[in-house]
Design a protein around this ligand. Structure first.
Ligand SMILES: *Cc1c(COP(=O)(O)O)cnc(C)c1O
Length: 400
């Protein structure tokens, strides 16, 4: 036997030595139930897709993959024939930053609606790029005041765009996107939506809601792997961005539109394996359907919230404002986040700290991703058994 043939169209992968040496292992660890809002627990088929073939992103095979992903993203957002999506290699924030810095014309400015961490982040992104942002600070957990939005737009014709977060993941609050869009459009302004933690599960429809720009990511409600984000909008509106100031090189949507739409290749080296995974995740999402996914999340979150309240915990938001994907829970008096996090992690469940003004006294539980009923009941059992909880709610939860 000599060296493998180099002339065939396809070659088998070369045989290799096992990677494990003494004290090293590549064995898969046991499943961890992630209750942080992304990256989420992935379906096995999504994880397996990561192992797709090596592929040059300037070959027709990648153009095909990218087009399919763009098309599926557009459809899951409720886009019509006039809509399209641009896929960026980056986390959700890259899509938010790309949208904010690309869609505002030279003489434009943002009205940024802030009722939590991610609303504030949109304002901070604008400031970092020298974009004018008028921030309406409603306060964490406070619903958006549409009259205040109306007044601000009436008072300042220079505010060309309204920036709003759909699901404010810092508090678990679902903002009324359609209502914000109605007010903005009445004033002839466009809307930029951070839908990173809502698109794929919450009720969003580009056509019905008239959303101008939507930023999302692969690894929250769409249940893909981390590393890809996207912006959707009308194709004609993307084309018109060419006349806007270029505030960023890498995140310039005019550049990405030309590359993906006209040239059929990404502007820069993409996360190819993550594309494979996202393609599979989108197929699963479209097959399930957004309403069914929302129902699945809702059933899990109901189980979780009922169980928490039975144990004696109280939840931050009133039910009518809660998104299906995240729950902010009050820490019982005298119980620290660490006292819950460490034993739960040891039991296989990763919980998530709260941010900003909620950091003290609260923690967060995400129900995004491929979680099961058993994951939630197992979590509730593990939570009840943590020493801090067991000693706080001794009689099975009547100390509330
Ligand atoms: C997760 C999230 C983001 C983006 O976070 P990345 O870490 O950049 O992926 C942005 N907005 C909201 C509302 C989010 O939940």
């Amino acid at each position: 036997m000599t060296a493998p043939q180099r002339t065939g169209r396809r070659q088998a992968a070369p045989a290799h030595e096992p990677l494990d040496g003494p004290g090293e292992t590549t064995a898969a660890p046991r499943r961890t139930v992630l209750m942080n809002p992304g990256p989420v627990v992935a379906d096995e088929r999504v994880r397996a897709a990561l192992g797709g073939p090596d592929l040059c992103h300037r070959e027709p095979e990648f153009t095909e993959l990218m087009s399919r992903v763009r098309d599926r993203v557009t459809r899951i957002c409720g886009g019509g024939d006039e809509h399209t999506a641009l896929i960026l290699t980056g986390s959700g924030t890259s899509a938010v930053e790309a949208a904010l810095t690309s869609v505002v014309p030279a003489d434009g400015a943002l009205l940024t609606l802030d009722n939590g961490h991610y609303g504030r982040r949109m304002h901070d992104i604008a400031v970092a790029h020298g974009l004018r942002s008028h921030r309406l600070d409603f306060g964490w957990t406070v619903p958006l005041d549409l009259d205040a939005v109306d007044r601000a737009l009436a008072a300042d014709p220079g505010l060309s765009h309204v920036a709003v977060v759909h699901h404010e993941t810092s508090t678990g609050m679902l903002n009324d996107l359609a209502a914000v869009t109605r007010v903005a459009h009445r004033h002839g302004r466009e809307v930029v939506v951070d839908a990173v933690s809502s698109v794929g599960a919450e009720d969003i429809d580009l056509v019905r809601d008239g959303i101008d720009w939507l930023a999302g990511s692969a690894n929250k409600c769409l249940e893909g792997m981390p590393g890809l984000a996207f912006v959707t909008g009308r194709r004609a509106a993307f084309a018109a961005l060419a006349g806007h100031p270029r505030r960023s090189y890498y995140l310039d949507l005019a550049r990405h539109f030309t590359a993906q739409e006209t040239s059929g290749a990404p502007a820069f080296t993409p996360a190819v394996p993550t594309f494979y995974a996202f393609d599979t995740a989108l197929r699963l999402a479209l097959r399930e359907g957004v309403p069914a996914r929302r129902d699945r999340y809702r059933a899990l979150v109901r189980l979780l919230r009922d169980g928490l309240e039975r144990l004696g915990f109280t939840l931050l938001l009133p039910p009518e404002h809660r998104a299906v994907g995240l729950t902010v829970v009050r820490l019982p008096p005298g119980v620290s986040y660490d006292a819950l996090h460490a034993p739960l992690k040891a039991a296989g469940y990763v919980i998530y700290a709260a941010q900003g003004p909620l950091a003290e006294g609260h923690f967060r539980l995400s129900t995004l991703g491929a979680l099961t009923t058993e994951d939630i009941t197992g979590f509730l059992d593990a939570l009840a058994r943590t020493p801090a909880v067991a000693s706080t709610f001794e009689q099975g939860g009547t100390s509330r």
